[in-house]
Design a protein around this ligand. Structure first.
Ligand code: GDP
Length: 406
């Protein structure tokens, strides 16, 4: 369960800027890597001539995976004092976008590593772009290898300016820019004495400060699966996709925006409850029961969803091809509405610089687009509520693509 509630983060950056070293350092400094196991890995790394760098930790994981032994490298966990983290693998641009839009592996935040000596490089740009495409807004920049620039505050300041302007280009803003040395351990899990000029938080403290709101405290979202009308009082059933709710709470029903309030809460098979929260499959009665509630209605409280017929989105295509404007069905939780897609910018995630014609999207390609629906749809930004922030695109009942709202 601790693992299920882990905070998923992606660690990205130009090759050799220190991704593996940082992961090893995080595992080690948080005590996640038990010392016996650490010694074992260190030993095997020394024997194979890799040296005692932290990157060996990942190599060891990789080696174990190859030999089919234990750990899946795409599932690395570590614990801060606050919570467990899951490091989401970024296997390649295409897979990353696909996994993010389908929710197969969803990073809520990212660490972008920039080498203090080399500065912003081609892949740094691409990764910033990629993060903006998949809607990750919480991004910590780690300026790594500060030991290699004599912990110079001037070097850090100059690089911070470059990073800020790169982020601005993609409509992002970094949650923090932290000068670190992954190899030495400066400002990763603990603040360093080598950079007294730095008055901010350590990288781990920055991660801990991100989106601490428990999942139950997010705005309430209840996509209706079905409505049972046994007697005069209809019971709406479904699964709480976000937040929590209690009897008497004022809610709004989308589409339409009618106000109502929770009458009773029925848990299955036959008991009643005073409240219910994220993940529970339950039934409600509503005050002023509304004949308009059907499968696909969304009952919401707190910050309202965006409801309408036009959404900006990023889509990823995984079956055949799609000509801009052709009819599709958009499925977002239990909502299923007819619509079409206007493609603005089609690209191959593996080669983001080569822009493709925007009248067609093929397997493996992604696009920034506008989703037009024939009836109102309620959605959220995936950074706020991932469950209602993504959708599947179907053609003739078969999923052909997926997307996230932007
Ligand atoms: P990756 O390709 O991003 O995973 O990078 P690695 O973690 O493999 O690191 C690439 C090289 O940079 C290795 O030789 C590391 O030892 C070195 N390196 C990583 N972090 C630091 C650091 O904080 N300081 C210095 N001086 N070198 C580092």
């Amino acid at each position: 369960d601790a693992i299920k509630s882990a905070f998923p983060i992606a660690i990205t950056g130009h090759v050799d800027h220190g991704k593996s070293t940082l992961i090893g350092r995080l595992l080690y400094d948080t005590g996640t890597l038990q010392s016996g196991r650490y010694q074992e890995m260190l030993q095997s790394s020394l024997e194979t001539g890799r040296g005692d760098e932290f990157a060996f930790v990942l190599d060891a994981f990789e080696e174990e995976r190859r030999r089919g032994i234990t750990i899946d490298t795409s599932q690395i966990y570590f614990n801060s004092k606050l919570r467990p983290y899951l490091i989401i693998d970024t296997p390649g641009h295409r897979e990353f976008i696909r996994n993010m839009v389908t929710g197969a592996s969803y990073a809520k935040a990212a660490v972008l590593i920039v080498d203090a000596v080399e500065g912003v490089m081609e892949q740094t740009r691409r990764h910033a772009w990629l993060l903006s495409i998949v809607g990750i807004q919480e991004i910590c920049v780690a300026v790594n290898k500060m030991d290699a620039v004599a912990y110079s505050s001037d070097a850090f300041a100059a690089l911070s300016v470059a990073v800020e302007s790169l982020f601005t280009e993609f409509g992002l803003s970094p949650a923090a820019i932290v000068p670190i040395s992954a190899r030495v351990g400066d400002n990763v899990a603990k603040l360093s004495g080598s950079m007294p000029w730095y008055t901010g938080k350590s990288l781990l403290e920055v991660l801990d400060s991100l989106e601490c709101r428990p999942i139950e405290e997010r705005p309430f979202r209840f996509p209706v699966q079905d409505v049972y009308r046994f007697d005069s009082e209809p019971i709406v059933v479904g699964r709480i996709e976000s937040g929590a709710v209690r009897i008497g709470e004022k809610v709004t029903i989308y589409p339409g925006g009618r106000e109502s309030a929770i009458g009773t809460i029925r848990t299955f098979p036959s008991s009643e409850a005073a409240s219910a929260s994220y993940g529970e499959a339950i039934g409600f009665t509503l005050e002023a029961a509304d004949a308009e509630i059907v499968r696909g209605s969304v009952i919401a409280a707190g910050a309202p969803p965006t409801c309408g017929r036009e959404f900006q989105a990023t889509v990823f295509w995984f079956m055949d091809e799609y000509a801009a404007g052709d009819p599709v069905t958009i499925r977002c939780t239990t909502q299923s509405v007819p619509g079409r897609i206007l493609l603005h910018q089609v690209f191959d995630p593996a080669q983001p610089d080569a822009e493709l014609p925007s009248d067609l999207i093929c397997v493996g390609e992604a696009a920034r687009c506008t989703i037009l629906t024939e009836v109102d749809l309620a959605g959220d930004h995936p950074g706020l509520i991932p469950e209602t922030g993504r959708f599947v695109i179907e053609r003739e009942g078969i999923p052909a693509g997926a997307g996230i709202f932007r």
